[in-house]
Design a protein around this ligand. Structure first.
Ligand code: ZN
Length: 121
């Protein structure tokens, strides 16, 4: 077994352990394991080395949990950075009043996704 196959096996085993079947999960007509809560697949079929193979995947509720955990971590990180910089959570654009420079900053922040994308290249 080459290194790539061994790495994929390791990923598959860790994913299987993280998505272990729970009470209420069931086998669908398609032969895949389904979540007993959200009734979406907990497995998908991937073609690995020219052979189809069942692999664990996140059902809707597991994906939602992961997204919420990521949002929580991002909020906690933002709070840690804010505290480290001595920035009060009360310092908002609304509380800052108005000036030409603040208006420009607010427009920049409001269009953050677009600005980040433009400056990423
Ligand atoms: Zn689910």
């Amino acid at each position: 077994m080459d290194d790539m196959k061994r790495a994929i096996e390791g990923i598959a085993q860790r994913a299987a352990a993280a998505n272990a079947p729970k009470e209420g999960d069931y086998m669908g007509d398609d032969g895949l394991l389904y979540c007993g809560v959200c009734h979406t697949p907990k497995q998908c079929v991937l073609e690995l080395y020219s052979k189809p193979r069942k692999m664990p995947c996140a059902c809707k509720c597991k994906a939602r949990e992961a997204l919420e955990a990521a949002k929580r971590e991002a909020a906690e990180r933002a709070e840690r950075l804010r505290r480290r910089c001595g920035v009060s959570p009360d310092w908002t654009f609304a509380a800052a009043g108005r000036s030409k420079a603040l208006d420009a900053c607010k427009r920049y922040a409001d269009r953050w996704d677009e600005m980040r994308e433009k400056n990423a290249t």
